[in-house]
Design a protein around this ligand. Structure first.
Ligand code: PXP
Length: 242
């Protein structure tokens, strides 16, 4: 099982001040040193967190595969084909959402066409493509028909489920993973996974990659805060004693 760390939330903190810290690229390189198997970044159309500069640098500096999440729109496909990351994950995107709210809807003609065009485009360029989808058998079959290499199962409903619904959501994910594997797809999963809920998902044998961001970055803030305060406090104290 591979762990890909999503560093978008490092960029979110930087963009809150429009400054240059914390640098998501530096964070990505540190996650690699800590054992991450890959780096995930979502370049949103509104550039609310990750910037083009971040992806540019990552493509040159990352030593693990970069998984670039983008919407199925021309601007993003052009950028993806120029950067040529190890993997592109196509995600749905709504400007008004706080975070990706669900898997790609492949049920409407318009959504299907844009995703089909995008996957064809990426395939022609030889870029491994994954589709972020709900654990829904029909959507998984359509994904396989589109000829993508992988799907990423949206784990948000499992993560948000009440304790009485959690087993049911877990079974849904496991069945979806089995179906996807039987159709020849590599199966990834992510969204809303935390230190508390990851174990059961990680035990699904068909899954080969997890994408986790918010919980890891949140924990990093807390486990790093003592050292950060100590360093600032030492600087201030030394200024008064020298
Ligand atoms: N996978 C996809 C497709 C996502 O859009 C996101 C959120 O950007 C994640 C995984 C990671 O979700 P989280 O930050 O909740 O771990």
């Amino acid at each position: 099982m591979r762990l890909y760390v999503n560093v978008d939330h490092v960029a979110t903190v930087r963009q809150a001040r429009m400054t240059d810290e914390p640098d998501p690229v530096r964070a990505a390189l540190m996650t690699e040193q800590a054992g991450a198997d890959g780096i995930t970044v979502h370049l949103r159309e509104d550039r609310r967190h990750i910037q083009d500069r971040d992806v540019d640098l990552l493509m040159n500096m990352a030593t693990t595969p970069v998984n670039l999440e983008v919407a199925a729109v021309e601007e993003m496909l052009t950028l993806a084909c120029a950067w040529r990351p190890a993997q592109v994950t196509i995600v749905p995107e709504k400007r008004e959402e706080v975070t990706t709210e669900g898997g790609i809807a492949l049920c409407t003609n318009e959504a299907f066409r844009s995703v089909a065009d995008a996957t064809r485009h990426l395939k022609q360029e030889g870029i491994r493509t994954s589709l972020f989808v709900d654990p829904d058998p029909d959507v998984i079959r359509v994904s396989a028909d589109l000829g993508v290499e992988a799907i990423e199962l949206h784990t948000g409903e499992y993560a948000n489920a009440s304790s009485s619904e959690r087993m049911q959501q877990l079974r849904r994910l496991a069945k979806a993973a089995t179906l996807a594997r039987s159709l020849g797809l590599a199966v990834h999963a992510g969204h809303g996974l935390t230190y508390d809920n990851v174990t059961e998902v990680a035990a699904i044998s068909e899954l080969e990659e997890l994408n986790i961001g918010h919980s890891i970055i949140s924990r990093a803030v807390l486990v790093g805060i003592e050292r950060a305060v100590r360093e600032m406090s030492d600087l201030i104290r030394r200024a008064r004693t020298s």
